[in-house]
Design a binder for this molecule. Structure first.
Ligand code: SF4
Length: 301
């Protein structure tokens, strides 16, 4: 059976996207700094954790954080030898609701967890759906952070007492959210490296098990293409978009994600039909984006 038009044009979008160039404007660029997978997986966790809001605002924050980690021997050496005093170079860091202290406590928790489990990959080992495996990993990381906080005398009784910014870095699928940053991290670790973006460092999970990291850009274009009808950024939406893409590539449905996300990140897609832009977009023949709504005037009341 010949591929559907949507399949053809999605493949064209992927072929049209220069991953090795586009990744310079993507947090995955920090993961590519490290040859050792033990450094790269920690870099991925941190870079994905900050991947919310505007790329041009969080990339400089990450640059500063990774410069500090590199001055301490790289992410893994920094974690293995971490003490609260080592956080001084980035303790004043602020990005929206993430603070330097949240990062410091995360690194302290990682030291606890990695001393027991060896690698982050090991946290995702075992049978079961990705949601269950992610939940176990999040619970383990939050428990490690709690242990570290208690060792610092912070007087916390449960993982729910951890600072809000740290709980946001370690988002839980139990809330029903799309957990976009976790799926981004897993995509980087699990998908094969052929596109110049993902690194394929882990074998504990197959690309077929991944879910699409649904953010505002991906969710919007997915609706334009009929990959989902759901209006929210929920776990169910991530499952629905992934199920639609599985029809085009059952072994690797998430391979479309980077190209879809960068349509929005690059500014190439305005989120509505644009006669100056859409004719050059590979998705134009199958995109059902609405025309731009007229700007509403304020009533002045
Ligand atoms: S609105 Fe235009 S630029 Fe955006 S996905 Fe559709 S065709 Fe492409």
């Amino acid at each position: 059976m010949p591929p559907s038009p949507l399949h053809v044009y999605l493949d064209a979008l992927v072929a049209h996207t220069d991953g090795a160039t586009r990744r310079l404007r993507d947090p995955v660029r920090f993961v590519h700094r490290y040859a050792d997978p033990r450094d790269a997986e920690i870099a991925g966790l941190l870079a994905a954790g900050f991947a919310y809001g505007r790329v041009d605002l969080f990339l400089p924050v990450l640059e500063r954080l990774f410069d500090a980690l590199d001055a301490g021997g790289g992410p893994r050496a920094f974690v293995d030898g971490f003490t609260p005093e080592h956080a001084a170079p980035f303790l004043d860091l602020v990005y929206r609701w993430t603070r330097g202290d949240d990062v410091a406590l995360l690194l302290a928790g990682l030291r606890v967890v990695l001393a027991e489990h060896g690698t982050l990959e090991a946290l995702f080992a075992g049978a079961g759906p990705v949601r269950d495996r992610l939940q176990r990993a999040v619970d383990t990381l939050r428990a490690g952070c709690l242990t570290a906080a208690q060792a610092q005398g912070r007087g916390l009784a449960s993982p729910d007492d951890l600072p809000r910014g740290l709980r946001y870095l370690l988002a839980s699928p139990a809330t029903g959210s799309a957990c976009k940053r976790w799926h981004l991290f897993l995509r980087w670790m699990v998908r094969p490296p052929g596109d110049g973006v993902d690194l394929g460092l882990w074998t504990v999970m197959a690309p077929a098990e991944l879910l699409v990291p649904v953010d505002v850009h991906v969710g919007r274009v997915a609706r334009f293409l009929g990959l989902t009808q759901r209006p929210d950024a929920s776990w169910r939406t991530a499952e629905e978009v992934t199920a639609s893409l599985r029809a085009f590539d059952a072994a690797d449905p998430v391979r479309y994600d980077f190209a879809l996300a960068h349509l929005g990140i690059s500014g190439a897609c305005r989120g509505h039909r644009d006669a100056g832009i859409c004719p050059a977009c590979p998705l134009d023949p199958v995109c059902r984006a609405p025309a731009k709504r007229p700007t509403s005037r304020r009533s002045g009341r």
